[in-house]
Ligand binder design. Sequence first.
Ligand code: SF4
Ligand code: FES
Length: 371
Amino acid sequence: MAEEKKLFKVTIDNITIEVEPGTMVLNAARQIGGDVTPPAMCYYSKLQGSGGKCRTCLVEVAAGSTADPRPMPKLVASCRTAVMDGMVVKNITSEKVADARAGVVEFLLINHPLDCPICDQAGECHLQDLGYDHGKEGTRYEFKRRTFEKEDIGPYIQLHMTRCILCYRCTYVADQLTDKRVHGILDRGDHSEISTYISKAIDNDFSGNMIDVCPVGALTDKTFRFKNRVWFTKPVDAHRDCDKCCGKVTLWQRGEEVLRVTARKDEWGEVQSFDGKPGWICNTCRFDKKKTNDWVIEGLTNVNRHSVIAQNKYPGLITPKETIADVMGGRAPKLLMDIHDISDVNSVDISALPGPATSKTFTTVLKGKVS
Ligand code: SF4
Ligand code: FES
């Protein structure tokens, strides 16, 4: 009979689970799920070697193990710390963690332009979520923020280095998914930046996955830029027979138009796995198949992440009951007043005009009224 594998018991925020030896604290917390799970801006379970760069996943280890129950002297990065049997970890139950995470967010935002109102990533940006959860109203930073010119890296991707938090995920994608990496982190310290060597184009069948792994809006899809706000789009799961990738994607539609194609994401913002393999998608599926009839639609995407894109349009949504008809003896609500009847200013029915209204529209109409 096969020998039974010994599991390690770990308690995170007072919830105890058993995990395999070698599991990182972050992954143990993901097995519990929900708020207990620390945020992760650089760790990405499908990218080897990722993690240990951003420090958003810091946790307090209140007891190291059953054998040595002393607390760890400093907060540790949960994506790089393996569980020990009997370990006790605090995340949301630790004041030290809350304080340190606020500090980490302040650091991540030191050079960030906070241009969420025009950033394509707004609504699904992990840094935006972190900012709301832990950010402060002001900054203590007194120096000039770093600025960079936008850079086209290849035909489909534009880099906004000002938004980058140097998580290294895109470089791991290039290393692990494409034939050869032509970009990386140049320079050190405050001068570090993502770039290609003399702006060499990133042109590879799987390069678009860099956009999906970027936790902020630093790598943007040039075919989607400024086309829409993500919360106005309707995400649907779809697939096609593809000879290069799994062909399983999310289509972001507005009406019948496909505005964007991405890999399918899980509740941690990572690409979902299919048959045990990460569901990376190729550039043909992502950038060239932008018609609904290129795809077999499976149905609405269930967005797991707590985010604005999860609002309004999902199956099982409970909407408040409309009561007016009940109290009006069955009559449906009606517009009680036509504003055009009682206001000179609103004498133009803008929605009935064939094109946009101009000052001429109003002077003509008002003149007609006065004379
Ligand atoms: S561009 Fe995006 S994925 Fe690449 S290092 Fe910067 S934040 Fe990370
Ligand atoms: S997720 Fe752990 S250090 Fe970034």
